[in-house]
Design a protein around this ligand. Structure first.
Ligand code: SAM
Length: 306
């Protein structure tokens, strides 16, 4: 399905809970606040099936809050894998419970994992995430790799004066361990969620000059046309660095549809207010064409950029 600006929806970002055991200083809350209770496991499975059938999408990413704080996470992954409609099932996690859960998640059918890791220094890690758990997360990462997840991506949100001096070290860490580094530029948090104006002004680090630097040093550059026109660089030390920097190009290349844990379907991190809550409709067992018209309305609410 294409939106009114001719962008095709190619994947789903599904928040399955707003619960989280971390207090990340930059948190965007995935662009929404739940208005009602979480969807039940069966409702999540049903919605995933409907969206795959309507949109013909084969990629889905589960997020939170912290998705591993949702008690039924393994069941959710298994149910969605058993639909046999998605080729790429991934999740983004703070990594705290990976050591205990990575194997079960792998066996349930999870294909890929992104782990938030914005520092390799314990005291900086604690400042960013609010928890002194770097060691536990690194242990979880090691286990995740041993189990066979591939690729494993590390989400590094670069913050001026906090962790910008760790980038080189992080690239080296990824090269040594075979992880992909996602270098993420801090973005603004929607005003509807309280905004992060002052924090943004203080800690925002412009990634564009870094992208130019990578461009000049990389042995190969790839543009992920499917994914907000993100640039991926293969560095001389074989590190793979993906850059995520909000811009008009970024939004023009956005192919994502979002689902909140309360069933709110929305098209943009900054406009959850344009979404539609699908929970009641899911309970009413409507026809696929009825669901299609609701999804189309949400997809068409997407603007070229914000
Ligand atoms: N708790 C999970 C985690 O830590 O991955 C999932 C939710 S978290 C909101 C997902 C990702 O959003 C994080 O890895 C982080 O990279 C990104 N993120 C959150 N707030 C951000 C912001 N203000 N700017 C840039 N990235 C942000």
């Amino acid at each position: 399905m294409k939106d009114k600006n001719n962008r095709e929806i190619k994947h789903i970002r599904f928040s399955i809970t707003s619960k989280c055991n971390f207090k990340c200083i930059y948190c965007d809350q995935e662009g929404f606040t739940p208005k009602t209770s979480e969807l039940a496991v069966e409702e999540i499975t049903k919605l995933c099936k409907i969206l795959a059938e309507i949109l013909k999408v084969t990629r889905i990413k589960f997020t939170g809050g912290e998705p591993l704080c949702r008690e039924e996470i393994v069941q959710i992954i298994r149910n969605v894998a058993d639909l046999n409609l998605y080729k790429d099932i991934s999740l983004t996690t703070n990594g705290y419970y990976l050591y205990e859960m990575a194997e079960e998640l792998f066996n349930a059918g999870l294909n890929r994992i992104n782990v938030s890791l914005s520092s390799l220094k314990p005291e900086v890690y604690k400042r960013i995430y609010g928890l002194d758990s770097l060691g536990k997360v690194l242990k979880g990462l090691k286990k995740t790799k041993q189990i066979g997840f591939n690729p494993i991506k590390l989400n590094f949100v670069i913050l001026k004066g906090i962790n910008d001096n760790e980038l080189e070290n992080m690239i080296e860490f990824c090269a040594i361990n075979g992880f992909v580094l996602q270098l993420i530029e801090l973005h603004k948090v929607s005003d509807a969620l309280g905004g992060n104006g002052e924090f943004y002004e203080k800690y925002h680090y412009d990634v564009k000059p870094l992208i130019e630097e990578f461009e000049s040093k990389a042995v190969k550059t790839i543009i992920r046309g499917n994914m907000q026109n993100r640039k991926v660089f293969i560095m001389p030390n074989s590190a793979v660095v993906e850059t995520i920097s909000p811009s008009h190009d970024f939004c023009m290349g956005c192919t994502k549809l979002r689902v909140g844990c309360d069933g709110n379907l929305f098209g943009c991190l900054y406009r959850s207010d344009l979404g539609k809550n699908i929970k009641e409709v899911l309970r009413n067992h409507y026809s696929l064409s009825k669901y299609e018209s609701i999804v189309k309305e949400v997809v068409d609410s997407r603007e070229p950029y914000y």
